[in-house]
Design a protein around this ligand. Structure first.
Ligand code: NAD
Length: 470
């Protein structure tokens, strides 16, 4: 069984300590990972710091060209890396699965490679001219979760590199091998030290973000860890982009054709088995349409094969790890104990792997754990409302504010409702429809800062004013 090494200054590094990685669909060991030491973290940061000077000194055109080469490498190796995602994370190759994740990696590299941050003249009169320039911040410490491991790493890496920063990434301990393989391949076209990776659990992540030479932290993960990162950043004053947890509401407006929206609603809730930050996690439906929407979602759910994502025709995989599997089970058990109606699913499938069926839960309300907590799994509680004001109030009754959606044919009414929801994004007649040109980020406890597009690129720069007396 191969041991996958981490990379510092363009070199693969081994270690005495390692951990095994298992396939969540089968339980089989698929490889092991060399674990970085505290000294490795320091070396990685120093390597990034050293490389940053010459990387930042390159022209925009040179960095753009190199990033387009990286995109080509990702595209050429997409089938290989997608297999790693499926074996390690569980999402199927097919459908909105690991090949889809790889295409996103390519797109989210090409787009920052095509963007510019030209000098802005922010003020000018007869006496002075003030220009706003965008400089790199330096070394970016990047910390990723296990749900979309390669895509989220790319969200952090590609804009950072485009802007002239260098990166040290610490991937999730649950999904390390695919990320290590991706970084190794990206390094075939990047100068040594520009993109480094260290491995291990949260304690290695903590050493990275605390490092005095880290200037910016790009973090995606739970709100709990996000708070620790805020605390740690007081030491090095690192700039923060925090993409934390979500518990997105979706509101179906009265009179909406259930059959028409059911397919998009299904994937809005269950893409990657619901292990997606911006998935519909609470569905609010008017009392007159309640059973029709439940019936339409149930019919779509019945057509979705679940199994080992390497097999043909599978569109839903396992839950990624035991911790998450246990959370999902306990929240559904709690809903059942409190009298909710299980329309579909509701019990683990049993056998090998962390398989939990698509679960639709009716006759439930805010104030239950399944509705109020981020369950991050293949479960959708469906809540009945009488008035649209009630639906908006319940949608906003959460500490999270990542995404939300409104579904209906009257787009003016949908927009009126959307504007009253407190979240970073409100989608209309779609959910989770992120795009590399469109800023994405959370309100409330879902984090701060945005990624993607020009705004995301600005977030990995230091604004500098050049003020000239005339
Ligand atoms: P997590 O917070 O447990 O772990 C995320 C990463 O942080 C891992 O690499 C982990 O090793 C590291 N880490 C843990 N403790 C640390 C510390 N003290 N210092 C530095 N790093 C530390 O999250 P998870 O379970 O891997 O991911 C699931 C969570 O991520 C969910 O809450 C989900 O909503 C969120 N998420 C958010 C977005 C978004 O864009 N807002 C996207 C995907 C996932």
């Amino acid at each position: 069984m191969a041991t996958y090494k981490f990379m510092i200054d363009g070199k693969l590094i081994d270690s005495e300590k390692s951990f095994e990685v298992r396939n969540p669909a089968t339980g089989e060991v698929i490889g092991s990972v060399a674990v970085s030491s505290p000294a490795d973290v320091e070396n990685a940061v120093q390597s990034a710091k050293k490389a940053q000077r010459s990387w930042a000194a390159k022209s925009d055109e040179e960095r753009k060209k190199t990033l387009m080469d990286v995109a080509q490498v990702l595209n050429d190796n997409a089938p290989y890396l997608a297999e790693w995602i499926t074996k390690e994370q569980g999402k199927p190759l097919a459908g909105p699965g690991s090949l889809f994740e790889m295409q996103a990696c390519v797109g989210w590299t090409q787009v920052p490679a095509s963007l510019d941050l030209p000098v802005e003249v922010v003020f000018e009169d007869d006496t002075r001219r003030d220009e706003l320039h965008r400089k790199p911040l330096g070394v970016v410490g990047a910390i990723t979760p296990w749900n979309w491991p390669l895509m989220i790493a790319i969200w952090q890496i590609s804009p950072s590199l485009r802007a002239g920063n260098t990166v040290v990434l610490k991937p999730s301990e649950y999904t390390t091998i695919g990320t290590l393989e991706m970084i190794r391949l990206m390094n075939t076209v990047l100068p040594a030290g520009v993109l480094n990776v260290v491995t291990g659990d949260g304690s290695i992540g903590a050493l990275l973000i605390e490092n005095k030479d880290v200037n910016k932290i790009m973090f995606t993960g739970s709100t709990k860890t996000g708070r620790k990162i805020i605390d740690a950043s007081k030491g090095n004053m690192a700039r923060l982009t925090l993409e934390c947890g979500g518990n997105d509401p979706a509101i179906v407006l009265p009179g909406t054709d259930a059959a028409k929206i059911a397919g998009d609603l299904f994937w809005g809730a269950f893409i990657n088995m619901g292990q997606t930050c911006a998935c519909a996690k609470r569905l609010y439906v008017h009392e007159n349409d309640y059973e029709a929407v439940i019936g339409a979602l149930d019919a779509v759910s019945a057509q979705m094969p679940m199994g080992n994502g390497m097999d043909d025709g599978i569109v839903l995989g396992p839950i990624q790890n035991k911790m998450q599997f246990d959370i999902v089970k306990s929240l559904v058990d709690d809903a059942k104990a409190n009298g909710a109606r299980i329309v579909r699913g509701g019990e683990p499938l049993g056998g090998e792997g962390y398989f939990y069926p698509i679960t639709l839960v009716a006759d439930i309300d805010n104030g239950t754990r399944l509705v109020d907590e981020e369950q991050f799994g293949p479960v959708l509680p469906i809540i009945k409302y009488k008035t649209i004001e009630e639906a908006i109030e319940k949608a906003n009754d959460s500490d999270s504010g990542l995404g939300a959606s409104v579904w209906g044919t009257d787009l003016n009414e949908a927009a009126r409702v959307a504007k009253q929801i407190v979240s970073g994004t409100v989608w209309i007649n779609q959910h989770g429809a992120i795009h590399p040109m469109v800023p994405f980020g959370g309100a409330k406890d879902s984090g701060y800062g945005v990624e993607f597009g020009v705004e995301g690129l600005k977030a990995v720069t230091q604004p500098q004013i050049i003020s000239i007396k005339k």
